[in-house]
Ligand binder design. Structure first.
Ligand code: ATP
Ligand code: MG
Length: 588
């Protein structure tokens, strides 16, 4: 977890205001917390008075009843303090949990709905760290820092007043003494915090190294680089220890200085007070009361200083989250989306489409691209790598909108529909099948969540996946591992095909759906795909002759343009790019 430079993170405490709407949602908790806070502050401030009563009336008066009453009062104050503190902790911690849960849900819901451009710009790892690390910082703010800040402010003000009420003379001295003892400690603590961040960074460096090399352990071993990597890791760990050593040393020093300063201040006050007591300017109880107020006040000043740092860090987190929440999708449903006809014919019309990816403004991915696909027709897209074949699919699915030209389905511009409704009618088998770390059954069912087990199995059979799935130890319930890593590439593709089959959509987009299959399974899957294509409009990106030959029409693309169109034999006869590709690629 790395955070941007402190200068960027700090000095924006105001951004924490964005938390208010989330807090306001839990008004009852919030009010209960304020009440408990008021009660516990009052009890804290009453405690020294209780002590004074115990000492002055309890000890000095000599009457048993007074002693009992004084100590009962003291105990009652302590009990009230205990209750109020517990309530305060409960309410504010719950408030923190609720706010963090809301924030996390809201952020996730927002991120998962943002368009392809946003997700191409941002790394998912970074987004996850916003969802975890930054949100976690805010849990600290709402669940504790906010509470400590408010409580300490109240306490500092309260104790200041009470110090002067108790003894104006000593209070004036204490006003000088408290900052003198607290400031050096605060300064040391700040140094320490920076050092401990350094220390954490060094540990993170070592961890990152381990993550990278353990993740690529085969590459490391294949190059026999274990001793080299051990050395690198040892060095990283040693660096972390050196940094930690510096921190520990400073921390010991700060602790010693803090104790000297705190006790020095207390003894000074006690010493001055003792003279006052002897001179009968104040009672022993009043002196005790004064010292207690001074200690509580100093503690609160220190707490405020500490919390200030936390708040600054958290406000950095909040402003990063705020930036994400302000991101807007470019692909939005129109105000009054047209409803897609139930019986979609699946006619596709791309008319003079020009498009470049937002991150590559210099490189046109599609230029003046026009294509008409009749309902039920199968068109193969063929062309060299980078020709723009997958881009055509992205535009049909409205992951991006073209800069010029129109894309229509059944004669209606795709921009008139809600993108989600449009995508529900298009089944895609992507170039890289993406499976989830779930069971095979759930992975197939991702195509249609309400499909029955029988339907899932039928789809798996049609995609030639039933056999290998049944052979797994737990059959369809076998967990497939992260990104389906426990399956071979070809098996993953067949799961993806089964998923698309289950979706049963009128338009089918196959992006080299069978590229990772051997010839035999390809023939089998080909058969399944033929069944699937029947009666549907299909665009298929193909590098294999078998797939291409099944198409009604072949469209040859190069650098975002259509360079030729026709049947296999027509195109071969032209002896152009297609003939060349055929010679190089369709070896089977
Ligand atoms: N998300 C993206 N951001 C920026 N540029 C992209 C993006 N995706 C693709 N491109 C670029 O757009 C061009 C067309 O890419 P596309 O993926 O459509 O090629 P393709 O024909 O499917 O190639 P392949 O056969 O290798 O899959 C390429 O030059 C590619 O570098
Ligand atoms: Mg592609």
């Amino acid at each position: 977890m790395s955070h941007p430079a402190p200068t960027k993170t700090k000095a924006r405490i105001g951004s924490l205001r964005a938390l208010w709407p989330f807090i306001r949602q839990h008004q009852i908790l919030f009010m209960a917390w304020l009440l408990a806070l008021a009660a516990s502050s009052a009890a804290t401030l009453a405690l020294p008075v209780a002590f004074k009563t115990m000492i002055d009336q309890g000890f000095s008066s000599g009457r048993g009843a007074d002693i009992d009453r004084a100590f009962l009062f003291g105990f009652a104050v302590a009990a009230a303090l205990a209750l109020a503190t517990a309530a305060r902790f409960f309410f504010v911690s719950m408030l923190g949990e609720r706010v963090v849960a809301d924030l996390r849900e809201r952020l996730y819901a927002h991120l998962i709905g943002l368009d392809a451009e946003f997700h191409e710009r941002n790394r998912s790892g970074e987004l996850v760290s916003r969802l975890t690390a930054d949100v976690e910082l805010l849990r600290g703010v709402v669940g504790s820092s906010m509470s400590v800040a408010l409580r300490s402010t109240v306490t500092v003000i309260g104790t200041l007043i009470m110090l002067f009420v108790t003894s104006p003379r000593l209070a004036s001295w204490a006003l000088l003494g408290i900052p003198l003892s607290v400031l050096p400690i605060m300064f040391g603590a700040r140094r320490l915090e920076k050092m401990s961040r350094d220390s954490q960074d060094r540990v993170a460096d070592a961890n990152a190294l381990a993550t990278e090399t353990l993740g690529a352990v085969r590459t490391v071993q294949a190059h026999a680089r274990e001793p080299y990597e051990r050395g690198r890791f040892d060095q990283a760990v040693a660096r972390a220890v050196r940094t930690a050593k510096r921190r520990i040393w400073v921390q010991s020093l700060v602790t010693a200085i803090a104790i000297v300063l705190i006790f020095g201040a207390i003894t000074t006050v006690l010493w001055m007070g003792a003279h006052d007591v002897i001179a009968k300017r104040m009672t022993g109880g009043t002196l005790a009361q004064f010292v207690l107020y001074a200690m509580i006040g100093a503690g609160s000043v220190a707490a405020l200083a500490e919390v200030w740092n936390d708040l600054q860090r958290a406000s950095g987190g909040m402003s990063r989250i705020g930036e994400l929440l302000e991101e807007r999708s470019k692909i939005l449903p129109p105000p009054q989306p047209r409803s897609l006809p139930h019986a979609l014919r699946g006619e596709l019309h791309l008319d003079r489409v020009s498009f470049h990816y937002p991150l590559r403004p210099d490189l046109p991915a599609l230029e003046d691209f026009s294509l008409h696909v009749r309902p039920g027709e199968t068109v193969a897209l063929v062309g060299p790598s980078g020709a723009g074949k997958s881009t055509v699919f992205s535009l049909l699915l409205r992951f991006h909108d073209p800069q010029s030209g129109t894309i229509a389905i059944d004669d209606a511009d795709v921009r008139e529909f809600d993108p989600a409704a449009l995508r529900a009618r298009i089944a895609l088998v992507p170039q890289q099948p993406t499976l989830f770390a779930a069971s095979a059954r759930d992975n197939i069912r991702y195509g249609r969540l309400d499909a029955s087990d029988a339907e899932v199995e039928a789809a798996a059979r049609a995609a030639e996946a039933h056999e290998f799935l049944s052979d797994l130890p737990k059959g369809y319930d076998e967990e497939l591992g992260e990104r389906g890593a426990r399956l071979s590439g070809g098996q993953q593709q067949r799961i993806a095909i089964a998923r698309a089959l289950l979706k049963d959509a009128p338009v089918l987009l196959l992006d080299e759906a069978t590229s990772a299959l051997d010839a035999q399974s390809e023939r089998a899957v080909q058969h399944a795909l033929e069944n699937l294509m029947r009666g549907r409009t299909t665009l298929v990106i193909a590098h294999r002759l078998a797939t291409v030959l099944k198409a009604d029409r072949i469209v040859v693309m190069d650098r975002g343009r259509i360079v030729a169109e026709g049947t296999h034999s027509q195109l071969l006869a032209q002896d152009g790019l297609y003939a060349e590709l055929a010679r190089l690629q369709f070896l089977d």
